[in-house]
Design a protein around this ligand. Sequence first.
Ligand SMILES: CC(C)(COP(=O)(O)OP(=O)(O)OC[C@H]1O[C@@H](n2cnc3c(N)ncnc32)[C@H](O)[C@@H]1OP(=O)(O)O)[C@@H](O)C(=O)NCCC(=O)NCCS
Length: 392
Amino acid sequence: MTTAAKEPPATAAAAPVAHEGLRDVVALESSICTVIGDANLPEGRLIYRGYDIHDLAEHSTFEETTYLLWHGNLPTRAQLDDLKRQLEQHRRLPDQLIELMRRFPKEATPMDVLRTTVSALQLWDSQENDDTDAANHAKALRLTAQMPMLVTAWDSIRVGKEPVAPKVGQSTARAFLYMLTGQEPTDVAERTLDIALILHADHELNASTFAARVTAATLADVHSSITSAIGALIGPLHGGANEAVLHTLKEIGSIDRVEPYIMNKLNAHEKIMGFGHAVYRTRDPRATRLREMSRQLGESRGDLKYYEMSRKIEDVMMREKGLNCNVDFYSASAYDALGVPMDLFTPVFAVSRISGWTAHVLEQYADNKLIRPRAQYVGQRDRKYTSIEQRA
Ligand SMILES: CC(C)(COP(=O)(O)OP(=O)(O)OC[C@H]1O[C@@H](n2cnc3c(N)ncnc32)[C@H](O)[C@@H]1OP(=O)(O)O)[C@@H](O)C(=O)NCCC(=O)NCCS
């Protein structure tokens, strides 16, 4: 048996104290985005570069919002046209990468494929070993253009089909829906996805953005930083929650089963996906928008089942736990109504969040400091090494 010291050493008093989950710890300065979630507000606020998310959802486009996140100001007409032209120009994937994707196991999850292919894209990037500011901006742009292609190409490849090439003049939202289905989407579908992309574009130091910044702060390249972010987004407590919400809706099946289903889960101390938030202690403004989008889409399809079930779940969760739904809750029924396959919900999140991730990576490079927090040590101390023969 090994022995542990009973008393902590005298220096322990000065040791760092853990902030569980880093809640309310301010890790760095950023001028990209802020989240205000105080409990006394009727609704939280999400602000990109000084603009309220409702204002942007109402008037902006994903491309314009991306420009705003990257450059700090809304673009002029010429700047926006230039960005759109460049995004279109870079909507292409290396043939070798498509070949590689054909060899992936067909049952690979789209998020695993996205993480792997973003990492692989670095190998064919024309500026692979160039870490100048200009090259990093160009990589951010290329990745933003390529992300929708990676997601839709995999959706085709996994069922033995050829990836669909985008058409000239398509927005990110239109190109995504077109590449996904091979059909021109309606204007309503395009605008709905466009707004969803604006709503998901950034969210301050959420887990995946923090992961991206931690990696960037080591001065690793853009692709590595985004690969880290995608890994963090996969988890059900973060981006994976939207897919889990649709699983829940399918499992419940009908509105009359909502109450017993949720009560059973809560009594078993299980979490209901799409509820709660680490920052918002009030309503999530993105959920307000997505709820309405889910209703409108359901109405236009003549099928409000998931919307109505979602409203009922909200009521039960508010009554039982006092918890509001988050961005993932209504994106599930909205994406389902748009015809997006369930396992592409989290990849759609990534298609949008790439704009925020890259904005943060560029901001990190611009004024870098290695991110290296401390841990509060709670392990044993002052143990004496024992030879292997003496160990029990
Ligand atoms: C997002 C999340 C991780 C935030 O975590 P947090 O603010 O640290 O809150 P905690 O996980 O510590 O939970 C605080 C309390 O609320 C409860 N709670 C939080 N989210 C809950 C949920 N979705 N369902 C049921 N109870 C929940 C916890 O069980 C805990 O209760 P307790 O104090 O009785 O133990 C958490 O709300 C969650 O896991 N939600 C579900 C996943 C999800 O939707 N993620 C997407 C986020 S945008």
